[in-house]
Design a protein around this ligand. Structure first.
Ligand SMILES: Nc1ncnc2c1ncn2[C@@H]1O[C@H](COP(=O)(O)OP(=O)(O)OP(=O)(O)O)[C@@H](O)[C@H]1O
Length: 247
C-alpha cells in the first residue's frame, strides 16, 4: 500500500547490478518542506538512490511516487518536467557565460544554450533571474563570467540554475565538498531557505554540516536502511556508530 501523504514515497525499491543489490528493498518518505539527508559509508547506495529517483538508473522492482505520480516508468526528461531537479557533485555551469546568462538559459521557457531568436527577456524572466541571484548570494556578481567565480559560488550558481525551474524536489550530491568554512555556513542557510515550499534530498559526508541542515536523516548501509530519524537520535544509534560514525 502506498502512503500518499508524502511528497516523495519510495517503497520497496531495489536495483540489482548483475545480482548485486546496490539498493535493497528501500522504503523512504519525504515531506514537503523537509530537508532530508542520506548518509552512510562509501558504496552504501546513496548516489544510486538519487540515480533511481531522477531516472538515470532504472529500478529492478519497487515504486517511487512523487506527488502521487509514479516515476519509475518515466524518462529522465519527463521526471525533470514533473518537478525533480538534481545537482551533481561537479558543477555543470557554462564557464564562458555570466551568472545572469547561466540563469537565463536555465529558465524553463528560456532560449536555451543554442538560442532562439523569438525568446524575449520579459519582465517576468528578469524578475525571476534577479530573485534567484539574490537567493544564491550572487546578485553582486550577476554580470561576472562564471569561470571567475570561486568554487563555492559555482556550486551556488548551479543550485540557482535548478531553482529557476522551481523544482518541487531538489536533490544535491555533496553540496559543500571543497567549500570553505564560510561558504559552508552560507550554503546551510541557503538550503534552509530553499527547503521551504518544496522537498530537498541531500547526500553528505560532512557530519557538522548534516547536523546543521537535516530535518531528518537516513543512514544507508549495503543498500539498506540502517537507521532513520532525527540526527540526534541517529547519532546515538549503536549500529550507526559501529558502521559509520565511529570510523
Ligand atoms: N551502474 C552500476 N553498475 C554496477 N554497479 C554499480 C552501478 N552503480 C553503482 N554500483 C555499485 O553500487 C554500490 C553503491 O554505489 P553508490 O555510488 O550508490 O554508493 P554511495 O553510497 O553513493 O558511495 P560514495 O559515498 O562512495 O559515493 C557500489 O558498490 C557501486 O560499485
Amino acid at each position: 500500500m502506498t502512503n500518499t501523504d508524502f511528497s516523495l514515497s519510495i517503497e520497496d525499491l531495489t536495483v540489482s547490478f548483475d545480482g548485486f543489490k546496490a539498493v535493497d528493498d528501500l522504503t523512504l518518505y519525504i515531506d514537503k518542506n523537509e530537508l532530508h539527508v542520506v548518509i552512510g559509508p562509501n558504496g552504501a547506495g546513496k548516489t544510486t538512490v538519487l540515480d533511481l529517483i531522477c531516472g538515470k538508473t532504472k529500478s529492478t522492482s519497487g515504486s517511487i511516487k512523487f506527488l502521487n505520480q509514479e516515476l519509475t516508468s518515466l524518462s529522465e526528461h519527463e521526471i525533470v518536467r514533473k518537478g525533480v531537479g538534481r545537482k551533481f557533485q561537479t558543477p555543470s555551469i557554462y564557464e564562458n557565460l555570466s551568472v545572469f546568462e547561466n540563469l537565463e538559459v536555465s529558465y524553463p521557457e528560456g532560449r536555451g544554450v543554442f538560442g532562439s531568436l523569438v525568446f524575449k527577456r520579459s519582465a517576468k524572466v528578469m524578475a525571476k533571474i534577479h530573485e534567484v541571484a539574490q537567493q544564491i548570494m550572487l546578485e553582486d556578481e550577476i554580470e561576472t563570467e562564471a569561470a571567475l567565480l570561486s568554487h563555492g559560488q559555482k556550486q551556488w550558481l548551479e543550485i540557482g540554475m535548478l531553482l529557476i525551474q522551481d523544482p518541487q524536489l531538489l536533490m544535491l550530491d555533496e553540496p559543500v565538498a571543497g567549500m570553505s568554512v564560510k561558504e559552508r555556513e552560507q550554503t546551510a542557510e541557503l538550503l534552509n531557505k530553499i527547503s521551504q515550499g518544496r522537498s530537498v534530498l541531500v547526500i553528505e559526508h560532512d557530519m557538522e554540516f548534516v547536523e546543521r541542515i537535516a530535518h531528518r536523516v537516513t543512514v544507508l548501509h549495503q543498500g539498506k536502511i540502517l537507521a532513520s530519524g532525527k540526527m540526534d537520535e541517529v547519532q546515538k544509534d549503536p549500529k550507526v556508530i559501529e558502521v559509520y560514525l565511529g570510523h
